[in-house]
Design a protein around this ligand. Structure first.
Ligand SMILES: [Zn+2]
Length: 360
């Protein structure tokens, strides 16, 4: 980046000028569009000069990384052209680390890229959550323990980096970010991924390495644009797990299954609206030898699916009944040839879709 090549201080524009009457101890060029702030500019309390916004009104990129900063204050709120703010490796994270009113300020409306990696945030800071124009947010190597559901407010987000935190779970609301293309959740303590993530239709890269995952939701196969999936360093299950919790289907479900599997014809005038809606919610049993459907009652099963003929990834499956599960699940130990032949169709689909799965 040009700002980094320039080293600490101002970008190499000709003849840096002294702004008149400012009294600041360094050269100021009000037309500067990029600025790297050296630690020497900070006050003893670790904050930026309060006049910063006034000195550099045309600023588009600001780098205050590694400056020992403990707060970004209101001095930045008026920077209506600043689209990139880099504040990596500081001491941000306490109360008031980010200015109040950020989302509605000129800065909040202009900001597209915000990097707060290497700080001390234990929660996603509240002032960030209203930044609807933000496209790239990095909060790697902080102290985050969770991702708030309100993250769905960052509706323009394309890149989200939360690697190297202490996150234990992923909220389904994360799936409500329609433009998200790169999601990095590596090096956390995540135990499961919500199936809703399959709604991230723009997702191209998903980094999940070094977590506590034992399986992935089967729905991940629906991520048609996913090109890269990293899973190494997870305790992915090495044998089939049989889940014995199975609530027998209700009479309504049994009737619905029969209507669907036998293709009993019906038109809207035949049935009340609630039953029509119910019938539309049938899920196909993933067992290729079954051809059945289920509604609410199903059996959870973890099954390995081959990706690219090289890797076997454990996916969560929902089968229509215990009888339907392949013989391997009743064996409850390690894989066998039956499971692999069941996986063939999915393997073909997966190989087409996934160009790169990183397990090792
Ligand atoms: Zn079935």
């Amino acid at each position: 980046m040009a700002a980094e090549e320039a080293g600490p201080g101002l970008e190499p524009e000709p003849e840096p000028e002294q702004a008149e009457g400012g009294g600041q101890p360094f050269p100021v060029r009000p037309s500067s569009r990029r600025l790297v702030v050296p630690a020497s500019w900070l006050s003893p309390s670790g904050s930026l000069p309060p006049e910063l916004g006034a000195w550099f009104p045309r600023l588009e990129e600001l780098d205050v990384s590694g400056a020992g900063l403990s707060a970004l204050g209101p001095e930045l709120l008026g920077l209506g052209r600043l689209h990139t703010l880099l504040a990596k490796n500081n001491r941000l994270g306490g109360a008031g680390s980010l200015p109040k009113g950020l989302a509605g300020s000129p800065l909040g409306l202009a900001l597209r890229t915000l990097n707060l990696s290497g700080n001390r945030f234990a929660q996603l800071p509240e002032p960030l959550l209203g930044l609807r124009g933000l496209r790239s947010l990095s909060l790697g190597s902080n102290r985050l323990q969770s991702i708030p559901a309100a993250i769905q407010g960052l509706s323009s987000l394309e890149f989200l980096y939360l690697g190297g935190n202490f996150i234990t779970s992923v909220p389904p609301e994360l799936a409500n970010l329609p433009s998200l293309s790169y999601l990095v959740l590596c090096d956390n303590k995540i135990q499961s991924i919500p199936p809703q993530l399959a709604q991230l239709h723009s997702l191209r890269s998903l980094s999940l390495h070094n977590n506590l995952l034992t399986y992935l939701p089967r729905e991940i196969l629906n991520l048609v644009h996913l090109e890269e999936l990293s899973l190494r360093g997870n305790p992915l299950v090495v044998r089939f797990v049989r889940d014995l919790t199975y609530n027998p289907p209700s009479l309504q479900e049994l009737a619905g299954r029969t209507i669907k599997t036998r293709n009993v014809p019906y038109v809207p005038n035949d049935l009340p609206g609630n039953l029509l809606r119910y019938l539309s919610l049938a899920s196909n049993c993933p067992n290729p030898k079954c051809g059945g459907v289920y509604f609410d009652s199903c059996v959870r099963q973890i099954k390995f699916v081959d990706f690219c003929g090289k890797y076997r990834v454990p996916l969560m499956h929902y089968l229509c009944s215990p009888e339907c599960s392949s013989p391997c699940s009743s064996a409850s130990q390690s894989s066998n040839s039956q499971s692999e032949s069941d996986s063939e169709d999915e393997a073909i689909v997966a190989a087409r879709r996934m160009q790169k799965v990183l397990l090792g």
